[in-house]
Design a protein around this ligand. Structure first.
Ligand code: HMG
Ligand code: MG
Length: 298
């Protein structure tokens, strides 16, 4: 039984742009976020409050928050790895934040410079402060279907970290296929395993499209009852700590598939394609969305 409605979490301005080497102006980032909400996205991950030494491209996130047109009913979120990040995010006017852990020790070290257990311990005071400020927290688990350093990752390890995040108060846990190596059968097994710890309606799928499997993995997740997916307009991005990883699945392509399945999202495909085209022009390269390319050629 497929869900009738799907919630799309747009991560292009964060997961997409964080990996860009060329400077992107605050104005271009603001335009992207506003274009996305005009297209009907109800949730946009706008930026990150992380160390600017680690991810320089996200250093201007507070300015981006200051300049976007915040529409009622839209969630404007940011990544926050620690209390310092949360404080900066609240100061900037976020509606929600996300913490990010991993199911692989090696990836945790490379990405956030601590072990999995240390990361969970760091999130605890953040959760308390967020609750006191009325800020909801989303949780990410990276490397759910493979790690760039450790290879195979046992679904039980993913289930454990997902459980810890949910138990500490994350309202939803997004399962990140950081390197895009997952396939549909493994995706279903993963969701079976994780749903023993976290209810399916509290899970989200976050598929990078490195191996071209993301849409198939989303379809498999839909069959498992997952109804929230992260995607990136124009397929922007990668991960600075996962070499060779390409962007998230393109939002346009996910929307086209969902439209074809008769699943509601509230998003306008033509406006989403236009948003993707505008940021691709800024970056000076063709869009990573197959649907946008097909429309352009038609
Ligand atoms: P650290 O060096 O261990 O931290 O880094 P520290 O607490 O020792 O601080 C070191 C310096 O960073 C200090 O500055 C702090 O003030 C500063 P200094 O004294 O050297 O000038 N600092 C901060 N500055 C701004 N904002 C902060 C902050 N915290 C400390 N919040 C840390 C630990 C977590 C900070 C670092 O490793 C970091 O920032 N990592 C971010 C990595 C990142 O953003 N990765 C990409 C996002 S995750 C992702 O893409 C995966 C996902 O998409 C899902 C998937 O696909 O799998 C979510
Ligand atoms: Mg990601």
């Amino acid at each position: 039984e497929m869900p009738r409605r799907v919630r799309l979490v747009e991560v292009g301005p964060r997961d997409g742009l964080q990996n860009e080497k060329q400077p992107i102006s605050v104005a271009d980032k603001v335009r992207l976020v506003d274009d996305l909400t005009s297209a009907g996205l109800h949730y946009v991950e706008v930026g990150s409050f992380v160390s600017p030494k680690w991810v320089p491209q996200m250093a201007g996130s507070a300015e981006v928050f200051a300049q976007i047109k915040q529409k009622p009913g839209v969630t404007y979120a940011a990544l926050t790895p620690n209390l310092k990040g949360l404080e900066a995010a609240i100061e900037a006017g976020v509606s929600e934040v996300a913490v990010f852990g991993a199911a692989s020790e090696a990836f945790s070290q490379k990405n956030i410079n601590c072990s999995i257990d240390e990361s969970l311990a760091r999130f605890a005071p953040l959760m308390t402060a967020a609750r006191e400020n009325g800020i909801q927290v989303r949780g990410y688990v990276s490397c759910v279907l493979g790690c760039p350093y450790e290879g195979e990752v046992d679904p039980k390890r993913v289930a454990h970290v997902a459980h810890e995040l949910f138990a500490m108060g994350c309202y939803e846990v997004s399962l990140g296929d950081t390197i895009g190596s997952g396939t549909p059968g493994k995706t279903r097994q993963l969701i079976e395993a994780v749903s023993r710890e976290v209810p399916r309606d509290k899970l989200a799928g976050h598929f990078h499209d490195t191996y071209g499997q993301a849409l198939a993995n989303i379809y498999a997740s839909l069959q498992e009852g997952v109804c929230t997916f992260d995607s990136s307009v124009a397929g922007l991005g990668g991960c600075p700590y996962a070499k060779g990883a390409s962007g998230n699945v393109a939002s346009e392509d996910v929307l086209y598939m969902l439209n074809g399945l008769g699943i509601e999202t509230g998003i306008d495909l033509d406006m989403l394609i236009a948003a993707g085209q505008r940021i691709s022009d800024v970056l000076g390269r063709p869009t990573g969305s197959r649907v946008a390319r097909a429309r352009l050629a038609a």
